[in-house]
Design a protein around this ligand. Structure first.
Ligand SMILES: *[C@@H]1O[C@H](CO)[C@@H](O)[C@H](O)[C@H]1NC(C)=O
Ligand SMILES: *[C@@H]1O[C@H](CO)[C@@H](O)[C@H](O)[C@H]1NC(C)=O
Ligand SMILES: *[C@@H]1O[C@H](CO)[C@@H](O)[C@H](O)[C@H]1NC(C)=O
Length: 397
């Protein structure tokens, strides 16, 4: 019923019915996408490379890009700066750049964390903004793979000055217990709606054997953390086989009804070569199987993907392919993810890997127009560069 109403509305838009009628229809339902700037028709508006692998200096490869808004309306971009090799294991910095003008220009790179010469160094990560406290929190792991080190630790740093300076790392495993937990990669959320308004929710995954989606929660602005929902792999704590149920890297976002949707990498292609979607109705305490489905439209080559809810519309980025990390594509849904619009936007046809999205939510006409994507992009290999793309949602109008 509601889906039909959305379609009626957009047909009317095309025929140019009087604004008053559109507004009337909009008032009766969500999402209301047409009263403001017309129909969603995304355009790749601006793009620039933030990091290039194999360049000068102490960095071999930049990977695992994260992007966030800040309470002051800036953008922060982060990536793992892998010192010796492109591999997941090994010593790294966390690289960061800031933009104070909505992505037009960026500060030089600062390396906000240096793990030294670790055999199994840090891995990113989730960035979560606490709008109530005005802070930005970055959660990452060290020794995730337990390669020549023990145990794995979950770490946190915090900035209270818009990303200019960062606290010294705090070891969250003291509160959470010792476990291999790789947050994100992507953003964590602060609940804007009940249940649990104000809660910080960071979701990630476990080790390849003890894998699954796990969320950690904080109800006091990141001072104390505790373990929330777990969606465990099957068989849990045993070596997996092809097609086993193995939910992995994930991106949570909040719906306007206060539920949390998590868009999940389907590590062993259980049931489909597509994304697993699961929803929490209790602020991240549980992920019931009743709320899990496979989104056949969101075909996926087993990768970390971007997902976002903005003004009732869902956005999704990944390399749109069942078996290759190529063809980075933006899709959008006007039906809470039960269907996706047919005219997807191809951002980059070539090699492309992990992606993450953010948006500024001041409510200003300017901020309503854009979503921002950060992704791994290359010509031969997807990890040659990290690129920032500014997407105009209304075709540049
Ligand atoms: C973090 O805390 C856990 C639990 O107390 C401990 O086992 C681990 O060694 C700590 N990690 C670091 C890097 O200090
Ligand atoms: C989408 O979900 C929201 C609640 O999160 C609801 O208000 C809205 O009506 C739903 N829209 C559609 C098209 O189903
Ligand atoms: C890229 O993705 C788009 C959107 O799904 C699709 O139409 C196109 O065929 C894909 N291209 C390749 C080369 O896979």
């Amino acid at each position: 019923m509601k889906r039909m109403m959305v379609r009626v509305e957009s047909n009317m838009e095309r025929r140019g019915r009087p604004a008053a009628l559109t507004l009337l229809l909009c008032a009766a339902m969500l999402p209301c996408v047409s009263s403001h700037s017309g129909q969603i028709d995304p355009l790749l508006y601006e793009e620039q490379l933030l990091w290039v692998s194999g360049g000068a200096g102490e960095v071999n490869t930049y990977r695992i890009p994260l992007l966030t808004f800040t309470p002051k309306g800036s953008l922060l971009a982060f990536a793992e700066a892998r010192k010796q090799s492109p591999g997941d294991i090994g010593a790294k910095f966390i690289a960061m750049r800031r933009s104070l003008d909505k992505g037009a220009t960026w500060s030089p790179t600062s390396f906000i964390i240096d793990d030294g010469v670790k055999t199994d160094g840090l891995n990113l990560g989730s960035v979560v903004v606490d709008e109530e406290a005005g802070s930005v929190i970055l959660v990452y792991s060290i020794c995730f793979h337990q390669y020549h080190c023990k145990p794995s630790s979950t770490m946190m740093v915090e900035s209270r000055d818009d990303g200019l300076s960062w606290s010294s790392p705090k070891n969250l495993s003291v509160q959470l217990g010792v476990k291999s937990f790789a947050p994100g990669p992507g953003f964590g959320i602060q609940k804007r709606y009940n249940p649990a308004k104000g809660r910080l929710v960071v979701c990630g995954h476990g080790t390849l054997e003890g894998d699954g989606v796990f969320c950690i929660l904080s109800d006091d602005h990141g001072l104390n953390w505790y373990n929330g929902a777990a969606l465990k792999s099957i068989p849990y704590n045993q070596k997996k086989k092809a097609q086993d149920f193995n939910p992995d890297e994930c991106q949570p976002f909040e719906m306007t009804d206060g539920s949390i949707v998590i868009n999940v990498r389907n590590q062993n292609n259980y049931h489909c070569r597509c994304r697993v979607i699961v929803r929490s109705l209790d602020g991240g305490l549980s992920l019931p199987i009743d709320e899990l489905f496979f989104d056949y439209t969101l075909v996926d080559p087993v990768v970390a993907a971007g997902a976002l809810q903005k003004e009732g519309v869902l956005y999704f980025t990944n390399p749109a392919s069942t078996d290759h990390r190529i063809n980075l594509t933006l899709r959008w849904s006007l039906t809470n993810g039960s269907s996706w619009e047919g005219n997807a936007l191809q951002i980059w046809p070539g090699p492309s890997g992990y992606s993450s999205m953010t948006s500024l939510d001041s409510g200003s006409a300017e901020d309503r127009k854009y979503v921002f994507v950060i992704y791994e992009k290359g010509h031969k290999d997807y990890f040659e560069t990290v690129s920032f793309a500014k997407i105009h949602l209304y075709g540049g109008r």
